[in-house]
Design a protein around this ligand. Sequence first.
Ligand code: MN
Length: 268
Amino acid sequence: SLVRKAYVYSAKAHRGQVRTNGEPYLTHPLEVSYIVGQLRLDTASVCAGLLHDTVEDTGATLVEIEEQFGPDITFLVRGLTKLEKINFHSAEEAQAENFRKMLIAMSRDLRVILVKLSDRLHNMRTLRFLREEKQKRIAKETLEIYAPLANRLGIHWIKTELEDQCFKYLHGPEYRDLAESIKRTRLEREQYIERVIDALRRELSNNKIEGEVSGRPKHLWSIRQKIKKSGGGLDALFDILAFRVIVDEVAECYEVLGVVHSCWKPVP
Ligand code: MN
């Protein structure tokens, strides 16, 4: 009922506002709170996702939000509002200040940052509607601050999605070339991943280790970074795939590593 109340409040506050793509503004807080839900955060965080732009962009006030939703949700909305309010002359100055504010917010309540990351993720997903200069600025900030932050917090799926979105806006032609070459060899690669996963599962069971095995192609940005580092092309790159084995105990990690090294020769 609290989430429903926050939804109605947000719908009323943002009534009449539209995003640059012409959709009702409400779609944004809705999508943000949906991402917050995907992160499996609590009710207060989902509500904060719905309310996060009301104080900044509408007539709503923190006093009113406190009356309606109590101190916990208000604390989160206040933290998110503070992160929005930045007016500086240079981008560097703004970014440094933004980063400082985020660190402070994080030390008080991690949920603020998690909702903020959800906010940024949705903004990146809808970045194509903004002017090119603004796209580049936001993408740069995202790549320098938000993606590393998501990485540090261990939210791999947000990190990779943010990085690939940034890649698209910061190096458009390069992104499209790479995406195209990766696509051409997709079937081959997927079959290869299946084969390796089967082999790994077989070896684990031969060695009586219980583990969860998965494999995936690396995301575009990390492939790009590898190409840059190696100085070669995509063809010269042999580690665009990654495999993961999850086991219960740290000691088993080393057993698995031993099994892997007995099947494939490690590169020093
Ligand atoms: Mn927002």
